[in-house]
Design a binder for this molecule. Structure first.
Ligand code: SF4
Ligand code: SF4
Ligand code: FES
Length: 316
């Protein structure tokens, strides 16, 4: 390179070479792609903004949804992939579902769960565009779900059901899972948790709960396109062959009936004798796990069911 060229190159703007100041999440390098490590998306400093004409101040790291919560404007938003409970701020936001869209004067439509609460922002939850975006996106989420609420163990405590009722959804414009495709067999292999992927909306909450909160590294989102699904990091086909320790956190945070505690799986809520989630959907898979001696799956700790059962029998 000539002296002229070197001088010209040095005078051009370039990205400075500095260390990434963001804290590195623990254990990330051991997790496979598809697991959760959320970027820091909140505001860098305290800010004041306007929500539906009302002024509100929020602290560092706040996103727009925090400002909405301050003024009670979040009640119109379902925010299905965002889980905000005490001590669980490591779950989301993932910006997967877009049911939390709001309109801003400055940036147009943005997902409120993951957009920083910038100083001076003017936010509208009630603009036509924002309401339409939330409605379309909720229907898109519903199109990934089978809506068999009356035979679902989560009936009455399901966030997707609440969202659909609050949004007055009568007929989802893109249909529901029942309209289109074949059912995936229900995974009932675990003594504690049932997985019904026909109800999964791929919100990623369970993956984060398992990997980032419990640090168990069991779940992942795998596949692509219409074949995207919840799977296991050890490549197991069923939960019983995964490394799950049956802590139940994934079922706690699941906003649908996709992950349900086994005690609730047959909690049919319409008064038809013998009509349960299993027989309304059809085929199920799984083994008889009566006598399962260990709350963790056999794969955890390289134990086998037979080894444990034998050990217990010998102790008697
Ligand atoms: S129950 Fe199993 S899969 Fe669910 S969060 Fe706990 S370890 Fe992970
Ligand atoms: S199983 Fe539940 S928590 Fe996990 S991605 Fe599906 S809907 Fe979300
Ligand atoms: S809650 Fe904001 S994108 Fe899902």
């Amino acid at each position: 390179m000539s002296t002229d060229q070197t001088e010209r190159a040095e005078s051009l703007p370039s990205v400075p070479s500095i260390d990434d100041p963001r804290p590195q999440p623990p254990l990330t390098e051991h997790f496979n792609p598809g697991t959760a490590t959320d970027p820091d998306v909140g505001a860098r400093e305290t800010s004041s903004l306007t929500v539906d004409g009302e002024e509100v101040s929020v602290g560092e790291e706040a996103t727009i949804i925090d400002a909405l919560e301050e003024v009670g404007a979040d009640e119109d938003l379902s925010a299905l992939c965002y889980y905000d409970r005490e001590d669980t701020d490591r779950i989301g936001p993932r910006s997967e579902c877009r049911t939390c869209m709001v309109e801003t004067d400055e940036h147009g439509l943005v997902p409120s769960c993951s957009f920083p609460a910038e100083e001076g922002l003017t936010v509208r939850t009630d603009s036509t565009e924002a309401e339409e975006a939330r409605s379309v996106n909720l229907d898109l989420v519903l199109s990934d779900h089978n809506l068999r609420c009356t035979t679902c163990g989560k009936n009455g405590r399901c966030e997707l059901q609440d969202a659909a009722i609050e949004a007055d959804v009568e007929v989802p414009r893109y249909g529901v899972f029942d309209d289109r495709d074949e059912y995936e067999p229900i995974d009932e292999s675990s003594p504690f948790i049932q997985i019904d992927r026909n109800k999964c909306i791929l919100c990623n909450r369970c993956v984060e709960a398992c990997n980032d909160v419990q640090v168990e590294g069991v779940l992942r989102i795998e596949g692509s396109g219409p074949d995207t699904r919840i799977g296991f990091q050890n490549g197991a086909d069923e939960m019983m062959d995964s490394t799950c320790v049956s802590c139940g956190h994934c079922a706690t945070v699941c906003p649908t009936g996709s992950l349900v505690e086994q005690d609730y799986t047959d909690a049919a809520t319409i008064p038809l004798p013998g009509f349960t989630q299993e027989n309304s959907i059809g085929k199920t898979i799984g083994e008889d796990y009566d006598g399962q001696p260990n709350p963790a799956t056999p794969m955890k700790g390289n134990q086998t069911y037979e080894d444990d059962a034998l050990g217990e029998a010998n102790d008697d």
